[in-house]
Ligand binder design. Structure first.
Ligand SMILES: Nc1nc2c(ncn2[C@@H]2O[C@H](COP(=O)(O)OP(=O)(O)OP(=O)(O)O)[C@@H](O)[C@H]2O)c(=O)[nH]1
Ligand SMILES: [Zn+2]
Length: 402
């Protein structure tokens, strides 16, 4: 089954071949799922969306096909998305905001296992809104982005409380990488002097190796599937895994062949990656993995529980690093760029601050969660460029003790 045409960019791909659809039907004669709204109140509940990203040919479509034929008890809307960069998305958002009723209805193709497919070739976000008007038809959205998409531009659209986020919530980002080609893609930011000079001008980026799309897709991921394991040796696979782990210390990493994930729950569906900040995740990231990649690293800053009066100071620190890309109380730092951020910060009055961030957006929740006896320590995990410089911790401590 093919639901995406890789060869052609201006043709709406045919989503499901009829014979495949029939075959799936045959497999489950006794249980034909209905497309009627489930018993829970779907007008109230938000629908989770998982963004599936990955470099050209990494196996995204293969993964979606696999999910569409697996039994998972969910009615999944699959969206093949062709919006590439932030400019396009913003344009589409504006169009669909002012004119959402006239958005072309996307063609839906119901599948026997309860999935529905929808092609969103050019309409982008408008089609998702159109989908939402039919909520009740499905209870999960999977969005396949094009090979060159930067998930850092897409994620905030679905994470924010206003706008589209009101009916959809971002469950997480799954990045597929091609085990055979990913190291080459990551190294593209290093070589070719002329190209680097050119891109430096474009990006106003004067320091260090350049970010590649592969870096962006790995640094923003909550789950990384290293696919095409059949094409590499065990040693190569270990090398790839270590390099990816050094970039993103927070993500779950699994290896797959033909995108066959061992289980969908927790690896593709229901990741809760933007809802939870677990102690286990942060502890894992804090173990201090090797710095194998010169461009992006994961860095953990640990410090003591905050007093109530330091909570605002911590927030000031976050605003300054995320919005101004500078370190407060430190004028000598190297440039940096934060892609992903998670923190668990105990406050002395017994509360716990749970913080999530993607690029320059962050969200702080104060919970009654008690700190574990062995981890009354505050942890801030940062993934990005230049986040491992010592200046981060010094700046944070100076700001907290002002
Ligand atoms: N050898 C091998 N081939 C694979 C594997 N997974 C997928 N492929 C093949 O790789 C090619 C690309 O897979 P797709 O699933 O179309 O990749 P994609 O990420 O959707 O690609 P784009 O849409 O072009 O970005 C197809 O021919 C797949 O059959 C794998 O684990 N091993
Ligand atoms: Zn594809």
């Amino acid at each position: 089954m093919q639901i995406d045409s890789d060869a052609s960019d201006d043709e709406v791909p045919s989503l499901v071949q009829p014979e495949t659809n029939t075959k799936v039907l045959d497999d489950q004669d006794d249980e034909i799922p209905s497309l009627v709204a489930s018993s829970k109140d779907s007008s109230q509940s938000k629908v989770p969306i998982t963004i599936v990203t990955g470099y050209l040919g990494a196996g995204k479509t293969t993964l979606l096909n696999y999910i569409l034929t697996e039994q998972h008890g969910k009615k999944i809307a699959v969206i093949l998305n062709e919006f590439g960069d932030s400019i396009d998305i913003e344009k589409q958002l504006t169009i669909s905001d002012s004119n959402s009723t006239s958005a072309q209805p996307a063609p839906f193709v119901p599948l026997a296992n309860g999935c529905i497919c929808c092609s969103v070739k050019d309409v982008g976000v408008a089609a998702i809104e159109n989908l939402m008007e039919q909520s009740g038809l499905f209870d999960y959205i999977l969005l396949e982005t094009t090979g060159l998409a930067d998930p850092g531009n897409i994620a905030p659209i679905f994470w924010l409380d206003d706008g589209l986020g009101s009916s959809i919530f971002l469950d997480g980002i799954v990045t597929l990488v091609d085990a055979k080609n990913v190291l080459k893609s990551l190294d593209e930011g290093l070589g070719d002097e002329e190209k680097i000079e050119e891109r430096k001008k474009e990006k106003h980026d004067e320091h260090g190796p350049l970010l590649t799309t592969a870096h962006l897709q790995i640094s923003h991921a909550d789950v990384i599937l290293i696919n095409k394991t059949d094409l590499v040796s065990e040693e190569e696979l270990e090398k790839v895994t270590a390099r990816i782990r050094s970039i993103n210390g927070l993500a779950k990493i699994k290896t797959t062949t033909k995108s066959q994930v061992p289980q969908l729950e927790g690896l593709v569906l229901d990741l809760h990656a933007y809802a939870e900040v677990t102690d286990a995740d942060l502890k894992f990231a804090s173990k201090g993995h090797s710095h194998l990649d010169p461009t992006i690293t994961t860095s953990t800053i640990t410090f003591s529980a905050l007093s109530r009066s330091q909570v605002d100071k911590f927030d000031f620190f976050l605003r300054t690093i995320l919005w101004e890309e500078t370190l407060p109380n430190n004028t000598l730092h190297q440039p940096f760029e934060v892609h992903r951020l998670k923190a668990r910060i105990p406050v002395q009055d017994g509360k716990m601050l749970l913080i999530q961030g993607v690029r320059n957006i962050y969200d702080t929740n104060e919970s009654d969660t008690k700190a574990d006896a062995d981890s009354n320590e505050a942890k801030l995990v940062l993934i990005g460029k230049g986040v491992d410089q010592a200046g981060f911790r010094e700046s944070l401590l100076a700001t907290l003790n002002e």
